[in-house]
Design a protein around this ligand. Structure first.
Ligand SMILES: Nc1ncnc2c1ncn2[C@@H]1O[C@H](COP(=O)(O)OP(=O)(O)O)[C@@H](O)[C@H]1O
Ligand SMILES: *[C@@H]1O[C@H](CO)[C@@H](O)[C@H](O)[C@H]1NC(C)=O
Ligand SMILES: *[C@@H]1O[C@H](CO)[C@@H](O)[C@H](O)[C@H]1NC(C)=O
Ligand SMILES: *[C@@H]1O[C@H](CO)[C@@H](O)[C@H](O)[C@H]1NC(C)=O
Ligand SMILES: *[C@@H]1O[C@H](CO)[C@@H](O)[C@H](O)[C@H]1NC(C)=O
Ligand SMILES: [Mg+2]
Length: 409
């Protein structure tokens, strides 16, 4: 069926569809001529004209009611996605309860709990996260957490001194990122994680609620990545925290639709922007092991890159190497870390370093899904995915293209 509406973007594919429809016109119009002759005979009588009129009215009525109920249902499900309201309420209420009892703290607690001016609009309960979406005057507030309640997280013993606590925080960050922050950067690091931190030379700077909240946040890999890998400019900003919950910058989630060629070209540039930034991260390129469109989002601030909306499995190269090579194995499948491939080295009984690279996975899981088998040598990005070549050389070539065409990312 070809419907004659064009909204500009769709015109290419409409033309393709339209050319396919032409063949059908000839038999159709022949049929119409025969039909007309028959109809003319019937229509001579007034009786048949009235019957026809009634049938036409009924058809119009059915079409109208069908379309109306259809669009009505669609708009309802768009405005109010079905989610577990009572659970979403329970999560917020138990958080605000803890806050009001002084058990947790954070810079968005007051806005969230004291003068609530938001409405719940969604709760996502996925494999590894709970994501609450609130709406405040048309503004979206995204609250993320691994487990839903503060009681789900380990506590820190209140008898631990603040020095010990902050030392331990530094250890956790180094363990997670392998960036080896020296202890003398400790205050700077705590301030990055907990913006209201001010070192008090005479006593404790962090209250028990502060410590409890920060400790729960540090049990969530994505929170650490958002904060510490912020320098890479490929993760969303953390706008604030309350207890174990962190507010992420709102991103427009990517939706896989039937995209058209000029839009695909733009998406390709966005993908390359993200890839380029992975390789530019300090001296320790980022490795991403959970690559899919659903985990990417668009930020209003960045016109030439996707942001890694789901950053659980974003690692520095050294961290991923440590993770893989410390894994004991007997067979190769014990060494696959989602999209990051490794094999079992049976001489050591441990997994090898990563064998594929970000470019491989971007090509396989994103770019090929978008472009299929279409590619041309004149598009260097697509060619990089299709020409069999040495990975080191491919990356060197890509870096050169990036520095020319994506210097502003
Ligand atoms: N920053 C954000 N902006 C908008 N929506 C988000 C954001 N973060 C997560 N979401 C929504 O929540 C969903 C799940 O988030 P994600 O981090 O991918 O969780 P999981 O680790 O369970 O896959 C996403 O698909 C998206 O719809
Ligand atoms: C909603 O969440 C509550 C727990 O808060 C649970 O008991 C209930 O079964 C859930 N309802 C649905 C429809 O999943
Ligand atoms: C709450 O939102 C309304 C608009 O929806 C706004 O007029 C009002 O000032 C807000 N109140 C507070 C306390 O922010
Ligand atoms: C290691 O595994 C390979 C196959 O994966 C096998 O050919 C080889 O013999 C094994 N070596 C040892 C020392 O077990
Ligand atoms: C890839 O090419 C680089 C030089 O461009 C070379 O040093 C390296 O050994 C090659 N690797 C493989 C696996 O061929
Ligand atoms: Mg995800």
């Amino acid at each position: 069926m070809h419907i004659g509406f064009n909204d500009g973007i769709d015109s290419d594919s409409d033309r393709i569809l339209a050319s396919g429809d032409e063949d059908e016109n000839t038999p159709c119009s022949n049929f119409r001529i025969n039909e007309d002759r028959l109809l003319n005979k019937f229509c001579c009588s007034r009786f048949f004209r009235i019957i026809l009129f009634i049938i036409a009215l009924m058809i119009i009525y059915f079409i109208y009611t069908f379309l109306f109920s259809h669009s009505h249902a669609a708009s309802q499900s768009e405005n109010q996605p079905s989610f577990n309201h009572s659970k979403a309420n329970q999560i917020i209420h138990s958080l605000c309860d803890s806050y009001k009892h002084g058990a947790v703290s954070g810079d968005i607690c007051s806005k969230l709990c004291n003068s609530p001016n938001w409405t719940l609009s969604d709760l996502y309960e996925g494999g590894s996260k709970h994501v609450l979406k609130l709406k405040e005057n048309d503004k979206n507030i995204i609250l993320k957490m691994h487990l839903p309640y503060i009681t789900n997280y380990d506590h820190v013993d209140p008898k631990v001194s603040e020095e010990e606590f902050t030392d331990k925080v530094t250890d956790i960050i180094n363990e997670q990122t392998n960036l080896n922050w020296p202890k003398r950067y400790k205050n700077h690091l705590i301030k990055t994680l907990w913006p209201s931190y001010k070192k008090n030379p005479n006593g404790n700077s962090l209250s028990e609620a502060d410590r409890r909240s920060l400790w729960a946040l540090l049990q969530q890999d994505e929170f650490i990545n958002f904060k510490i890998l912020q320098l890479s400019r490929v993760v969303p900003k953390v706008l604030g925290t309350c207890g174990h919950v962190y507010q992420a910058e709102y991103l427009i989630p990517f939706r896989m639709k039937g995209y058209y060629m000029n839009l695909k070209a733009k998406i390709l540039v966005h993908l390359m922007g993200t890839l380029k930034l992975f390789y530019e991260f300090l001296n320790d390129p980022l490795q991403w092991c959970d690559v899919k469109f659903e985990n990417l989002g668009l930020s209003a601030d960045y016109p030439k890159r996707f942001v890694v909306m789901d950053s659980d499995m974003l690692y520095t190269e050294t961290k991923l190497r440590a993770l893989l090579t410390s894994q004991k194995c007997v067979t190769d499948d014990q060494c696959m870390h989602f999209d990051c491939e490794s094999r079992c080295d049976n001489t050591t009984g441990h997994c090898t370093d990563r064998l594929n690279d970000n470019v491989d996975v971007f090509c396989k899981k994103l770019i090929n899904r978008l472009f299929g088998n279409y590619w041309s040598k004149s598009n260097r990005y697509l060619a990089a995915c299709h020409e069999a070549q040495n990975a080191t050389k491919r990356l060197a070539d890509l870096r050169l293209v990036w520095s020319w065409s994506l210097s502003d990312v």
